[in-house]
Design a protein around this ligand. Structure first.
Ligand code: SER
Length: 884
C-alpha cells in the first residue's frame, strides 16, 4: 500500500519525467495576493505567470502545495472533525503549463497518471466538463475512450473555476471516482450528487480568461493549465479507505493523539482525535511559515484553530498541554517533504505549549460559565450574545469555539447579539483613546483602524508583498486617488514596510499599482495602522487598487545590521562594565547606530577595545539569529533583556543571537544575547559584516552614548582612517608604522626649539647679552621702560623679575607688542614699594595705551592696552607717574 509520502512523490516524479520543473511549495502566507488570507490552492504562487505579468524560466511546473482553508472565503474550519473529507490543512498536488500544453495534453497526462502510475480502474472513472466545452469532451473520448454518459456536462460555476472576484480563470474538467453501488449517492449534476458514492479527485482548469473587477471577462494571451488534486483524497482512494482520516499519515497523528491523551483512537472520542490531527497540521505549518498567535488577522485565525484543538483535547480528558507532544510525530511524517517543519520544530512546540498553558487557565472556567448559562436559557434556545461575548472577552473563547461547543448540544449562538456587544466595546475603547489626549491628527488613523482593521506586518519574513490600498490620506483627510506630485499617506491591509519604532527607523521603498508609482520616504505607525508616507512619482494611485510593495533592500539590510549589532553591543557592555548597564535609548538608522546606556563614568580605552573586539567575535561566529514568541514573564525568566519603561503586551518577541562556547564565560551552547524586541534583524550575525565603535561620550547625567558603524560603513571608515594615516606618513617622510616615533621625535625637537626661542627672545629683549637695557633715573628711582616685540603678555612677569634683579633697586615697565592688543606689566623692587606701587605704574601705562584697569601687587602688576602705537605715550606716562 503506497504511503501518502509515496503518492506525493509518484505524482511529482511523473510530471518531472514529463519535463515539468518540480517547484517547492510556496509559503502559507501568500506574498503575491493582497486579498488572500492563506494559500489555498497550488496555483496561488503562479497567479501572475498565468496573466503574463511574470515570466519564469520554465513553462511546465509541478508542485505539492501546502494549503490552509480556515479563514476568509474558503473556510472549512467548522466542518473539520465531523466529516470524512474536510481539513483546515491539506496538500494540493498540481501540474501547470504556462502557455505551453493545453487541454489535450493535460487530459492525456491526467489519464496516464491515474490509470497507469496510480493503477486506478478505468471503469470507475468519470468526468465533468463545462457545458459548452466540446473540445474537452472530445479529448476525453479520444484519449480515454470514455463513453458519452461518463462525460457529464455541467452548466454551473462548478465547472468554471475562478480564484476569486478577479484573476485568471477558465472552464475546468473534474475527474470523479465511483466507489460503487453499495454507497449512496449520484453522479455530479444529479440530485444525489452530495452522496459519498462519486468523489471528485482531480480538477483540471483550462486557464484562458481573466476576470476583472468591473465584471468583464477577457481572453488571456496565452492558454495555460492549472490542476489540483488533494493528496488526502487520492491517498484515501489508493489506500482503499473511504475516509481521509484513515490514511496512514492522518492515522499516525490520530494515534499520537490517542497516546498522549490515553483515549481510545476509535472510541467515543474519535471525532476529537480527528480535530486534533487536522489542527496540529495547520497550526504547525502556519507557525513554521511565520504566523504567530495573536488577536488580529492571520494570527487570530491561528489562535482560533489552536484553541479549538485544545478544547477537543480537554474533551478527551487531557489535563496537561497535549498538542506540542504531537509535533515530533508530525515532523517524522512530513518533515522530509517540508524541511521548514523540522527547522521550526522547537518554535512550534514552544508556541503550542505556551498557548495551551495560558488557555488552560481560562478554558475550564469558561466551559463552566457556558454550562451555567445554558441551564438558564430555555431548552433549544441560542446562547445570548452578551454571554458569548463574555466568553470571548474574559475567557479567550473565539466565537467559533463557543459555536463548536454548542453544536454538540444542538444549540447555536445569537451572533448578532455577540457583534453588538463587540461593537459597544470598540466604541468604549475609542472614547477612552480619544480622551487620552493624542494628537487629533491621529484620529483619522484610529477611525481607519476601526473600519478596516490594523495593518498586518509581513516584513519579518519578506521585503516584497502585495497589498490592497485601503485608504489614501492627504492633509488629515481621505482622498480617492492621488496624482503625480501628490504627497500622500498610504494605508494597505498588509505590508513588508517596517514602521518606525523601538529606535529602528521606518522603511523606504516603492508602492506600485496598475496605474501609478509612489515613492515611500518613511513609514510610521498609529493605532496599529502602518502609514506609508510618500509622493506619487508616476501616474496616479487609487483607493481599492492592488499594490506591489517593495522595501529598499540595501537600506533595510544596513538598518538590520545596525539593529542586530546593538543587541550584541548591549550584552558586551554588560559583561565589560557590569549588570547595571541598561539601554536608555537607541537609533538604528541605515548609516549608523547610536546606543545610550546607564553607566556613570567614561569608558577607558581598554574597555572600549574589549567591547569592540567581543562584538566582532560574535559577528564572526555567524550563528543564526533566532526569534521566538512568549509571555513577558517567560522571557524574563529566560533572562531576556527588556527595555526600561517599555510596556509589553501578552506576547513578546524574544530575539536571541550568539552562542557561548564555554571558553570561561558561560556553558556550551548558551545564548549570548537575549532581548525582547519587535524590530527586524539579520538572519545570521555574520550579515553584520564588521563593527567599529566610533565614539563614547556623556549623553546626560549617568547615561553614556556610543556611536558606531557596521558593514560597509565600518569598512569605509577604517579605509578613510588608513588613508589619512598614509597622508600623514607621507608628509612626515616615513612609513605608517613609524609615524608615532616620528611625531614624538618632532614634539621633542619642537619643545627644545621653543625653549631656545624663548631664551633668545628674552636675551633680545634685554638688549642682547653684552649691552643690557637702558636704565634711567627719575626722581631718584632707577627705571627700565621698554617695548618688547615678539613676546606675549605671559612672558612678561619672568622678564620683569629678571630685570628687577639686574637693576637691584628701582622699577621696570615692559610693554609687549604681541601683534594684537598690547600687554603691559610693571615691577618694583621690594625696597621701593613704599615709594611707588607697581599697580600705579601699570595703570598709568595701560591708560595711555587706551586700556583700562590693571591690577596686581605693589611689586608686580599687569594690565592690557588697546593700541601699541601709543607705546611712547605709555612710557611718558610712567615717567610722569614717577615724577609726581
Ligand atoms: N485551482 C484549481 C483548484 O483549486 C485547480 O488547482 O481547484
Amino acid at each position: 500500500m503506497p504511503s501518502l509520502n509515496d503518492i506525493r512523490s509518484t505524482f511529482t516524479d511523473f510530471f518531472a519525467r514529463n519535463d515539468h520543473r518540480v517547484v517547492e511549495s510556496s509559503p502559507l502566507v501568500p506574498r503575491n495576493d493582497p486579498t488572500l488570507m492563506f494559500t489555498n490552492s497550488g496555483m496561488v504562487q503562479f497567479k501572475n505567470s498565468f496573466t503574463g505579468v511574470e515570466t519564469r524560466d520554465y513553462k511546465r511546473a509541478t508542485t505539492a502545495q501546502k494549503c490552509v482553508r480556515a479563514g476568509g472565503k474558503h473556510n472549512d474550519l467548522d466542518n473539520v472533525g465531523y466529516t470524512a473529507r474536510h481539513h483546515t490543512f491539506f496538500e494540493m498536488l498540481g501540474n501547470f503549463s504556462f502557455g505551453d500544453y493545453f487541454k489535450e495534453q493535460a487530459i492525456a497526462f491526467a489519464w496516464e497518471l491515474l490509470t497507469k502510475d496510480f493503477g486506478l480502474d478505468k471503469n470507475k472513472l468519470l468526468v465533468t466538463v463545462y457545458h459548452t466545452d466540446d473540445e474537452a469532451a472530445n479529448f476525453w473520448k479520444k484519449i480515454a475512450g470514455l463513453p458519452e454518459h461518463k462525460i457529464i456536462r455541467i452548466a454551473s460555476d462548478d465547472n468554471f473555476w475562478r480564484m476569486g472576484p478577479t484573476g485568471p480563470c477558465g472552464p475546468c474538467t473534474e475527474i470523479f471516482y465511483d466507489h460503487g453501488e453499495h454507497i449512496w449517492g449520484g453522479p455530479p449534476g444529479s440530485a444525489e450528487e452530495d452522496g459519498d458514492r462519486f468523489i471528485e479527485i482531480w480538477n483540471n482548469v483550462f486557464m484562458q480568461n481573466e476576470q476583472f473587477a468591473d465584471g468583464s471577462l477577457r481572453p488571456l494571451e496565452m492558454q495555460s493549465i492549472d490542476t489540483g488534486m488533494g493528496l488526502e483524497r487520492i491517498g484515501a482512494l489508493l489506500q482503499g479507505k473511504h475516509d481521509n482520516y484513515d490514511t496512514d499519515l492522518m492515522r499516525s497523528l490520530i494515534e499520537a493523539s490517542a497516546h498522549a491523551t490515553s483515549a481510545d483512537p476509535d472510541g467515543p472520542g474519535k471525532m476529537h482525535h480527528r480535530v486534533i490531527a487536522d489542527h496540529l497540521r495547520s497550526t504547525s505549518f502556519l507557525i513554521a511559515d511565520g504566523v504567530m498567535p495573536s488577536n488580529e488577522g492571520r494570527g487570530y485565525v491561528l489562535r482560533r484553530i489552536m484553541r479549538r484543538a485544545m478544547r477537543h483535547a480537554h474533551m478527551l480528558g487531557a489535563q496537561d498541554p497535549v498538542m506540542h507532544k504531537l509535533v515530533p510525530t508530525l515532523v517524522r511524517q512530513m518533515g522530509a517533504a517540508y524541511p521548514e517543519l523540522g527547522r521550526a520544530q522547537s518554535m512550534i512546540e514552544e508556541t503550542l505549549r505556551l498557548e495551551e498553558s495560558r488557555f488552560r487557565t481560562t478554558l475550564d472556567r469558561g466551559l463552566k460559565l457556558l454550562d451555567d448559562e445554558l441551564e438558564r436559557i430555555p431548552e433549544g434556545g441560542d446562547l445570548p450574545g452578551p454571554a458569548a461575548f463574555k466568553l470571548y472577552d474574559t475567557y479567550g473563547f473565539p466565537l467559533d469555539l463557543t459555536q463548536d461547543a454548542l453544536r454538540e448540544k444542538g444549540r447555536g449562538v445569537d451572533v448578532q447579539g455577540f457583534e453588538t456587544a463587540m461593537d459597544e466595546q470598540r466604541k468604549k475603547a475609542r472614547a477612552a483613546w480619544v480622551g487620552s489626549g493624542e494628537a487629533t491628527d491621529a484620529n483619522i488613523w484610529f477611525e481607519l483602524a476601526q473600519d478596516k482593521g490594523v495593518t498586518e506586518f509581513l516584513g519579518y519574513d519578506t521585503e516584497t508583498a502585495e497589498g490592497e490600498v485601503l485608504a489614501l490620506v492627504r492633509d488629515g483627510a481621505q482622498i480617492g486617488d492621488a496624482a503625480t506630485g501628490t504627497n500622500v499617506q498610504v494605508m494597505v491591509n498588509q505590508t513588508p514596510f517596517y514602521a518606525e519604532s523601538g529606535g529602528q527607523v521606518g522603511d523606504t521603498g516603492f508602492i506600485r499599482t496598475a496605474t501609478g508609482l509612489v515613492e515611500v520616504t518613511d513609514t510610521k505607525k498609529t493605532a496599529g495602522v502602518f502609514i506609508h508616507l510618500g509622493t506619487v512619482i508616476e501616474g496616479s494611485i487609487l483607493r481599492g487598487q492592488a499594490a506591489k510593495l517593495e522595501v529598499s533592500h540595501a537600506r533595510r539590510a544596513s538598518i538590520q545590521a545596525n539593529h542586530s549589532v546593538t543587541h550584541l553591543l548591549h550584552e558586551a557592555l554588560r559583561r565589560a562594565l557590569g549588570e547595571h548597564v541598561a539601554q536608555r535609548g537607541s537609533l538604528n538608522a541605515p548609516e549608523r547606530l547610536r546606543f545610550d546606556f546607564s553607566h556613570s563614568q567614561g569608558m577607558t580605552a581598554a574597555e572600549i577595545g574589549t567591547v569592540e573586539a567581543e562584538v566582532n567575535a560574535f559577528v564572526r561566529q555567524n550563528t543564526a539569529v533566532d526569534t521566538r514568541i512568549m509571555t513577558p514573564d517567560d522571557a524574563r525568566a529566560l533572562g531576556a533583556q527588556a527595555l526600561f519603561g517599555e510596556k509589553y503586551g501578552d506576547e513578546v518577541r524574544v530575539v536571541s543571537m550568539g552562542q557561548l562556547d564555554g571558553s570561561g564565560k558561560g556553558s556550551d551552547g548558551r545564548t549570548y544575547s537575549l532581548e525582547l524586541c519587535g524590530g527586524t534583524h539579520v538572519k545570521r550575525t555574520g550579515d553584520i559584516g564588521a563593527f567599529v565603535l566610533l565614539s563614547e561620550s556623556a549623553s546626560s547625567s549617568g547615561v553614556r552614548r556610543i556611536e558606531a558603524l557596521t558593514g560597509q560603513a565600518a569598512l569605509d571608515h577604517l579605509r578613510a582612517q588608513d588613508a589619512r594615516l598614509s597622508d600623514v606618513a607621507t608628509a612626515l617622510k616615513t612609513h605608517a608604522g613609524d609615524v608615532l616615533d616620528r611625531v614624538k621625535a618632532l614634539q621633542d625637537e619642537r619643545r627644545a626649539l621653543a625653549n631656545e626661542v624663548a631664551q633668545l627672545r628674552r636675551e633680545l629683549a634685554m638688549g642682547g647679552k653684552s649691552g643690557g637695557p637702558e636704565i634711567k633715573e627719575i626722581n631718584g628711582v632707577k627705571l627700565i621702560a621698554q617695548v618688547l616685540s615678539g613676546v606675549s603678555g605671559k612672558d612678561l612677569p619672568a622678564l620683569i623679575d629678571e630685570m628687577k634683579a639686574q637693576i637691584g633697586s628701582g622699577a621696570v615697565v615692559l610693554i609687549a607688542d604681541t601683534g594684537a592688543k598690547p600687554a603691559v606689566a610693571a615691577g618694583v623692587t621690594a625696597d621701593m614699594t613704599a615709594r611707588i606701587s607697581a599697580v600705579t605704574l601699570v595703570k598709568a601705562a595701560a591708560e595711555a595705551l587706551g586700556g583700562k584697569g590693571g591690577g596686581g601687587r605693589p611689586d608686580m602688576a599687569q594690565a592690557g592696552g588697546a593700541d601699541i602705537a601709543l607705546a611712547d605715550a605709555a612710557i611718558a606716562a610712567v615717567h610722569a607717574a614717577l615724577e609726581a
